[in-house]
Design a protein around this ligand. Structure first.
Ligand SMILES: *Cc1c(COP(=O)(O)O)cnc(C)c1O
Length: 409
């Protein structure tokens, strides 16, 4: 596997430029660079700390154990605990001039993957050991979907299959195409492969690496099932609406919903009654007041709606609410679910701007997948999130999270 690996060695302030240890570190840096890695030496632990604060890019760090430094344990523990915050499994190596394990604190020992005695082997041999360590780490690092795609692309396995550009080759037949490849880079074309590529599993029946990836996402976001979408939350909202609403069913819809939900209503031929949100003095559209979510209020809406006549049933089958709004208003999800549960068996939360909610305690119980487990007759919950809006995925990436209805329903 090709990888741009960075290795950081942390030297000691006590080492003189012409000391054997400093020379040995220099040779090791050279040997590592020869193996295609990018190696760097920090002069002391303070500088090392600056480097790891600046970036979590290192695939291995080596600390030179200076037995003449009385604060070696304290300083190394500070360095390692900071490093572990962002790099929980990255290899840490201790480099020393002699056997040191007796002096090293247990907190450090348990984090160290390898010991290197600077003079007992050649720099090239040590560089090989570090290479193996990094290779093993890298193998465990990549998530299943990206790893499979990367391996497949780098293996150069060729399929006589769609897409018709054939790994970008079609573009080479015209100057505009060549410009296109130069701009995006050849890997982008090579990695753009057809849906029938067996190694990648199946996106449509959710099998193989794409399924494994969705399972990991479900666990991360607190869902029973997660499905990836590549048509933004606009596409995902339409998918949920079309899947959850039957023709001529009455549905309860946030009046301030995104237009993709209106498309969903048109496609599914549902009959909406609308929940009116508040609007404050600044013109900001806020949440729907709780009293409008009660069963009494919703049955009144249905009774008064001209669309109710000819509907399949007077009972609504689905409700959709925007959480959070463009202006950042979010709901206490337990309140919304408890109230709507008395009217509908399915609730859809449009969380297009809200994919980050899972990752900060401030939003506890304020996003759909964090609903309390003990809500009686909890409906099936859908949350649609634009992963591309407030999390860093590529444009159009979206997720549909689903929580199963409570058994008693
Ligand atoms: C942006 C937005 C959508 C559509 O999301 P895309 O990922 O851009 O398709 C849906 N609902 C709400 C509330 C939005 O703000």
């Amino acid at each position: 596997m090709k990888f741009n690996h960075h290795v950081l060695f942390v030297s000691s302030a006590g080492l003189k430029e012409d000391s054997p240890a400093k020379q040995a570190l220099g040779s090791l840096k050279h040997a590592i660079t020869e193996r295609g890695f990018i190696a760097q030496i920090a002069d002391n632990i303070d500088h090392g700390i600056k480097y790891i604060k600046e970036s979590p890019k290192y695939s291995a760090v080596g600390i030179f154990w200076d037995k003449n430094n009385p604060k070696m344990n304290i300083e190394s523990e500070a360095f390692i605990s900071l490093f572990r915050k962002r790099n929980p499994t990255t290899p840490i190596i201790l480099l020393s001039e002699e056997n040191i394990t007796d002096n090293v604190s247990i907190n450090i020992l348990k984090e160290v993957s390898e010991y290197i005695y600077l003079y007992s082997e050649t720099a090239t041999f040590t560089a090989n050991r570090i290479y193996t360590l990094i290779h093993r780490y890298a193998e465990s690092l990549l998530p299943p979907y990206f790893k499979t795609l990367k391996d497949f692309t780098e293996d150069g396995d060729y399929y006589w299959d769609c897409p018709g550009h054939m790994g970008g080759m079609a573009y080479l037949k015209h100057p505009i195409g060549i410009e296109f490849i130069n701009f995006f880079g050849e890997n982008m074309m090579r990695a753009d492969i057809g849906v029938a590529t067996a190694e990648m599993g199946d996106y449509l029946i959710h099998a193989g690496p794409s399924k494994t990836s969705e399972e990991i996402a479900a666990e991360l976001f607190g869902a029973d099932w997660t499905f990836y979408g590549v048509s933004g939350s606009s596409g995902s909202n339409r998918i949920v609406a079309q899947g959850a609403i039957g023709a001529d069913e009455i549905v309860v819809v946030d009046r301030n919903c995104h237009k993709s939900l209106n498309h969903g209503l048109t496609l599914s031929q549902g009959r909406p009654v609308y929940l009116k949100p508040t609007r404050n003095g600044y013109g900001l559209i806020g949440p729907i007041p709780t009293k409008r979510l009660t069963q009494a209020s919703i049955s009144k809406l249905i009774k008064e709606s001209p669309l109710a006549e000819g509907a399949i049933s007077p009972e609504p089958t689905y409700a959709v609410v925007t959480n959070c709004t463009y202006d950042g208003f979010c709901y206490n999800v337990n309140d919304v679910v408890k109230n709507l549960a008395t009217s509908v068996p399915r609730i859809h939360f449009d969380e297009a701007w809200y994919a980050y909610a899972r990752f900060h305690p401030l939003y506890k119980n304020r996003f759909a997948m964090d609903v309390s487990e003990d809500i009686p007759n909890c409906p099936t919950l859908f949350a649609v999130q634009s992963t591309h809006k407030m999390l860093p995925s590529l444009s159009m990436a979206s997720m549909i999270h689903v929580k199963k209805a409570n058994e008693r329903r």
